[in-house]
Design a binder for this molecule. Structure first.
Ligand SMILES: [Zn+2]
Length: 262
């Protein structure tokens, strides 16, 4: 027969158990919330829109889209273009004054578009990069080699199978970081018309970020050329692409300087 003390003990054990269950469920809810927070953080995906070969006709339209959209981009500039005419010189200044644009090095001569010859002389490549850096007052030792998709970041490197590897190593030894690209928005060389539609580009970017098919997972570098945007910005595919990508709340537009170093 249960005594009074036994009954009391029984009630005490029952209450303690109930309290324990409640506390555990609260804790697991908290853990869940923390996990959800972490998941949201790790789900951030970074897009680097990089524009090569400016200043050129088209740079002025990129400049105004970027100002209106307030979006961070990177431009890889060619000094020889900035010196070619007063208009192009002004486009370079426009980029310099745009707070959303960061300027990096794409060489002074763009190899005169004779890449094999250019890369056969690595010290000359270094001198060309240095000349561009001084002429354009470039603040960062960040380079995209003309005509080559080469990467040199810390211990990580990638060549594109064509000449240029020795020159790239020499630049890295001199403190330069080299950035290639994961995906190019190609264009018709005659009139600058984009080859892939905005829809195709959006799908490809989504897929690269989803599958991790890029030099660094969750980071995708897009190569675009200034001469693609010779139309008025209101009509431009660039604005449409930006609008489409911005539908994803976890996509972040960043400048190359902030690309992971390891
Ligand atoms: Zn180029």
């Amino acid at each position: 027969m249960p005594t009074k003390t036994n009954k009391k003990n029984g009630i005490f054990i029952l209450l303690t158990t109930l309290l324990f269950i409640t506390a555990s469920s609260c804790q697991s809810q908290q853990t869940k919330n923390i996990n959800a927070g972490t998941t949201a953080l790790t789900a951030l995906k970074y897009i680097y829109l990089t524009f090569d070969d400016g200043p050129l006709n088209g740079s002025e339209n990129i400049d105004s889209v970027i100002l209106a959209e307030r979006l961070k981009i990177s431009v890889f500039l060619v000094g020889e273009h900035a010196e070619k005419s007063k208009i192009l010189g002004n486009y370079y200044k426009m980029y310099e004054q745009n707070p959303f644009v960061e300027s990096y090095n794409h060489s002074f001569t763009h190899a005169n578009n004779k890449y094999a010859l250019f890369y056969s002389n690595p010290p000359n490549v270094l001198a060309d990069i240095l000349k561009n850096e001084q002429l354009l007052n470039l603040r960062y030792k960040i380079v995209r080699l003309p005509g080559r998709n080469m990467w040199r970041i810390g211990d990580r490197k990638r060549d594109d199978g064509v000449s240029g590897s020795v020159a790239a190593d020499l630049l890295a030894k001199n403190g330069y970081k080299l950035y290639g690209w994961d995906l190019e928005w190609r264009h018709n060389g005659k009139d600058g018309t984009p080859i892939q539609s905005v829809d195709e580009m959006t799908k490809e970017i989504d897929s690269r970020l989803e599958t991790g098919n890029s030099f660094t997972k969750d980071h995708v570098v897009i190569l675009i050329h200034d001469e693609m945007f010779q139309k008025k910005w209101e009509e431009s595919e660039l604005k449409q692409l930006i609008e489409r990508l911005r539908l994803h709340p976890n996509y972040v537009f960043e400048q190359i300087r902030f690309y992971p170093n390891k």
